[in-house]
Design a protein. Structure first.
Length: 233
């Protein structure tokens, strides 16, 4: 992906760059149906690459291929200058059509953006306007410093505005703040995990295959966290 980023000063960056809604209709490529901010030409390459990350399944994806339960997963895009952008996705069915909310950010913090996606899912039950008003409010905020919490206030259907607290984990915890290892040990035997760990230490290429994106994302994140714990032991 040919884009350039200069994240030298985190204070200059909002909590996220984009929020995208991507849908996948039968026999069609994934398509962005909502995007905020709408105009940001310098980073078009990022947004244009996202639909295939949201629906990476090869071939025709039908509604039966997407779990009726929500799927949460992440991906990383590396720019031409080596800088990274992190994608946080929540995928589900919307009136029978596969739909994915995708947040693109400079900041690696699964728990922070998982909280945002939880709120999105909650407000989505009321109406899309409630989702987008919340996300627009969040996007104007600078990302909290490691260990800090910010308060988001946005409108609701009641008399009082809705308030939400968003917390960013300390820098030392951002890689493992959401890791449980449950999925990894559920899918792989301990002997296989030991072999995987040794292969990663030797910088071998490891390929993970799963039927569900959420499972794939969880297992890869857990495997990466094994290296984090090894370095910090």
């Amino acid at each position: 992906i040919n884009f350039k980023m200069n994240p030298e000063d985190e204070d200059d960056y909002n909590i996220f760059d984009y929020v995208l809604v991507v849908t996948k209709k039968p026999k069609q490529e994934p398509k962005i149906t909502y995007r905020y901010p709408v105009v940001q030409k310098k980073n078009d390459a990022i947004a244009n690459a996202c639909p295939l990350f949201c629906f990476p399944e090869e071939g025709n994806l039908s509604s039966s291929s997407v779990s009726s339960k929500k799927e949460t997963f992440t991906f990383i895009m590396t720019g031409g200058d080596g800088c990274k952008r992190y994608g946080y996705c929540r995928r589900f069915l919307s009136d029978g059509t596969p739909e994915c909310y995708c947040i693109i950010s400079l900041f690696p913090s699964f728990s922070l953006f998982s909280t945002i996606l939880d709120i999105v899912e909650q407000r989505r039950l009321v109406g899309s306007s409630h989702v987008f008003s919340f996300l627009k409010t969040v996007q104007t905020k600078e990302c909290p410093k490691p260990g800090d919490t910010i308060k988001i206030t946005t409108f609701s259907t009641g008399n009082q505005p809705d308030e939400y607290l968003l917390t960013r984990p300390p820098n030392s915890d951002y890689l493992v703040d959401h890791i449980t290892f449950k999925e990894l040990f559920k899918k792989l035997k301990v002997k296989t995990i030991v072999k995987l760990f040794l292969a990663m230490l030797l910088e071998c290429r490891c390929i993970f295959v799963a039927k569900k994106l959420s499972c794939l994302s969880d297992c890869i994140s857990s495997a990466t966290a094994l290296l984090f714990y090894q370095v910090h032991c």
